[in-house]
Unconditional design. Structure first.
Length: 109
């Protein structure tokens, strides 16, 4: 199931709870509504795969994971500018949780 980042969480399409995967579109890297939508879906109990698709950059990977995304889908052009090493450097997304560090807590292992 594909959802736009502007999807109202109160007006989700019928059958979203049973969808095996929901792909949320990111029309630009500075549009964070998809993170909010993913977090809302997880809060409503969605257990399937969540995929962030479109203009997501490596620096946003930790935020995507904390928001509930399982994976990211980007274009070949973006992948050329954001090599795998940049994504792998952010793969330990819990270690990059600056809010927990500010509160003096270490993320759960």
């Amino acid at each position: 199931m594909d959802l736009g980042s502007d999807t109202n969480p109160a007006e989700l399409p019928e059958g979203w709870e049973q969808a095996g995967m929901i792909r949320i579109a990111f029309p630009s890297f500075n549009d964070g509504r998809g993170f909010t939508l993913a977090s809302g879906l997880r809060a409503k109990g969605y257990k399937g795969r969540l995929r962030a698709a479109g203009h997501v950059i490596a620096d946003q990977y930790a935020m995507a994971r904390r928001s509930g995304f399982d994976e990211v889908e980007i274009s070949p052009e973006l992948a050329e500018r954001q090599p795998e090493a940049q994504w792998l450097a952010r793969a330990d997304w819990q270690a990059h949780n600056y809010q927990a560090r500010l509160r003096g807590r270490r993320p759960a292992a």
